[in-house]
Design a protein around this ligand. Structure first.
Ligand code: PLP
Length: 299
């Protein structure tokens, strides 16, 4: 079978490649990337005319297929009228409408949307919100709890909550903020270990970080519903005990402080419904723009 870079390659690939750093690539050893010139539906086209099935939907961003006519029409209309203005102290209909629609889709009290430009940034924003939430209540809580095999992004704070030993971020140990990590509560032993860790450290923890439904980068490991319920229960338990010491009514808070923050670029959510294993903040990205441009949000 013909390899992706067999045959004559376009000049722009040779000219430009020596000036480009591609993600997750060791340029000393990696082969030339495949030159892509077009995309449509489930396929992408190479410079030599061949069409390939994009089996990963361009890292799961093209959830509606490439170049979807409905999305392209909306993007064209938007570019003609209002390509971009800041979102500080001004508002515009597309963002307001999107926020309202997303809030309607999200469960429980996830009813506010903060827009960011990538999955990593949306997770960073959620982490800052968690720290700020405690600061507003007079507590300095600056650490996070992450799980073995977890992955939450490539910016510094998100790297710090990824698995510190089994991830590509292990090289950056010593440079990243130090967080707590443990196994997901999948059996009695790991549940007891998590309970112990939370009992010892909950007063310094701003939030618990978990990917919803599945740890993707960590090996496509599905969570069970029980794992997520345990997390929600423990987060609620420590949040209640904190509230009790301050004599505050748990129901009257603006948000859940030690909530299980979640992150997923495809926006999949494993946990839903009041009283079930839902997250307090839910960053999601990629899918929000249907593969047309970078966009992420969080409820
Ligand atoms: C669970 C999870 N969180 C965060 C991210 C980071 O998203 P982005 O690549 O848009 O920064 C990813 C990316 O794969 C992810 O899988």
């Amino acid at each position: 079978m013909k390899a992706l870079t067999d045959g004559p390659l376009p000049q722009w690939l040779h000219d430009g490649h020596r000036h480009v750093w591609q993600p997750y690539t060791q340029h000393q050893t990696a082969p030339l990337p495949a030159p892509v010139v077009a995309s449509k539906g489930t396929r992408i086209q190479l410079a030599d005319g061949r069409w390939l099935i994009d089996g990963v939907a361009s890292w799961w961003t093209a959830v509606h297929g490439h170049a979807h006519p409905h999305l392209l029409g909306a993007v064209h209309r938007q570019l003609d009228t209002l390509p971009h203005v800041m979102f500080g102290s001004v508002a515009h209909a597309p963002a307001s409408t999107l926020a309202r629609r997303l809030a309607q889709l999200l469960p429980g009290d996830l009813n506010h949307v903060f827009f960011a430009e990538s999955g990593s940034v949306s997770v960073e924003v959620a982490m800052k919100m968690a720290v700020q939430f405690h600061l507003n209540r007079g507590q300095r809580r600056t650490r996070f709890l992450g799980f073995h095999h977890g992955y939450h992004g490539d910016t510094l704070a998100t790297m710090s909550v990824c698995d510190p030993d089994r991830s590509m971020h292990a090289h950056f140990a010593g440079f990243l903020p130090e967080q707590l990590h443990t196994a997901l509560p999948t059996d009695a032993g790991s549940l007891a270990a998590l309970e112990q860790l939370l009992a010892e450290h909950h007063t310094s923890l701003a939030a618990v970080m978990v990917e919803p439904l599945i740890q993707g980068a960590g090996g496509f490991r599905m969570h069970t519903a029980d794992t997520l319920r345990h997390l929600r229960r423990l987060c609620d338990q420590y949040e209640r005990s904190w509230d009790a010491t301050r004599g505050r009514d748990h129901r009257h808070r603006g948000g859940r402080g030690l909530g299980s923050g979640t992150s997923h670029p495809a926006g999949s959510r494993g946990m839903a419904g009041p009283g079930q294993a839902g997250p307090s903040r839910d960053p999601f990205g990629w899918v929000a723009a249907g593969g047309c441009r970078a966009l992420a949000g969080g409820g």
